[in-house]
Design a protein around this ligand. Structure first.
Ligand SMILES: [Zn+2]
Length: 345
């Protein structure tokens, strides 16, 4: 089935540009498919065990969006296809979820292909894929943004958990950070540093009594990461939320999917999931944005007041310096790099 989807893409005449990283991963996947009988895979790439449908409102358009997640083969990566564009060819409908396709980072991370077709708010879904250790998914979506669900990755994680994952006959590869890559813009800073595993540190400071100054150190490999980070919701200050609505933006935003802060209190009746839910959500966003690297990272991320723009800038800076990273095969010893392996059987 997964090969079938890859073929659909080829039949439609996809003209998606490949990066050096894609080419290496694809070559490796092909070689390993040839060898699959003789060579067991220590740390396999993963896809979904079965297709699954998610429906919900888009945060910015306010429209109901249907998203079909399909299993995909090794080396496929995460590819979105807009199904609301009629019979348009693949180079119009398909967008590979990758850092060099990020087109806009104002309110969410928007990926865009060369034909100008885009899908917005990909970061919470990408964080769920990363957090579950999923490498290959074909995402059909009938609108311009991923549904916001509860404002975190929780619904995506639970839905995918329920159907399970399927290992593929190809090794996972990771991007190991070899030297510090730092981008700065005034008080905003994002950095990728060498290190073992994948750790994230984040610091925010808001001139607001509820949010204030918050910092966190998170370990992506920790079994609690999904419950303590991937459940943290999107947030906004009431005055900003009202200004957005007045400008015709954030039309799908509500207390169902956004933590709204007004002065010294949280507007949502049930309050916060964590006292520092705000900085936890920033870590979730960073995981989703960094998943656009195209493979898991080995190293340390540091964010200070950083948002989607800075996260994308630091990834682009990383890939602009060929001596700053290397692609490593994840053997049995790096199995720890899979955060939450949930094989179907
Ligand atoms: Zn977010």
């Amino acid at each position: 089935m997964s090969i079938g989807f890859a073929e659909v893409r080829i039949v439609k005449g996809s003209a998606l540009r490949r990066t050096e990283l894609d080419t290496v991963i694809l070559d490796e996947a092909r070689a390993q498919r040839r060898d699959r009988v003789s060579r067991p895979v220590a740390c396999p790439q993963m896809t979904l065990n079965a297709p699954v449908v998610l429906e919900g409102v888009g945060l910015h358009t306010g429209r109901m969006i249907r998203m079909d997640l399909h299993p995909a083969g090794a080396g496929f990566g995460i590819v979105f296809r807009r199904t609301d564009l009629g019979d348009a060819p693949a180079d119009v409908t398909d967008i590979t979820a990758r850092h060099d396709h990020v087109g806009d980072t104002m309110l969410s991370t928007v990926i865009r292909n060369e034909a100008g077709t885009s899908v917005g708010t990909v970061e919470h879904l990408m964080a769920a894929f990363a957090g579950l250790g999923i490498d290959n998914v074909f995402v059909e979506i009938n609108g311009p943004e991923v549904p916001v669900m509860d404002g975190s990755s929780q619904v995506f994680v639970e839905t995918i958990d329920a159907i399970g994952l399927k290992p593929l006959h190809a090794s996972r590869r990771a991007i190991r950070i070899l030297k510090p890559v730092i981008v700065q813009d005034g008080l905003k800073r994002a950095a990728l540093l060498p290190g073992e595993g994948f750790k994230l540190a984040f610091e925010i400071e808001f001139d607001n009594a509820v949010i204030g100054r918050q910092s966190i150190e998170a370990d992506f490999m920790s079994p609690t990461f999904r419950d303590e980070i991937l459940t943290a919701r999107t947030f906004g200050l009431l005055k900003d939320v009202e200004a957005m609505w007045a400008a015709g933006l954030g039309l799908g935003g509500s207390l169902e999917n956004t933590v709204v802060v007004d002065g010294d209190h949280v507007v949502n009746e049930d309050g916060l999931r964590f006292n520092d839910e705000f900085v936890r959500h920033k870590v979730l966003d960073a995981v989703g944005d960094l998943a656009l690297a195209g493979a898991p990272l080995i190293g340390r991320y540091e964010g200070t007041r950083a948002g989607h723009a800075m996260n994308n800038r630091v990834l682009r800076a990383l890939f602009a310096d060929r001596s700053a990273w290397e692609l490593v095969d994840m053997g049995a010893s790096e199995e720890v790099m899979r955060p939450v392996a949930v094989p179907a059987e």
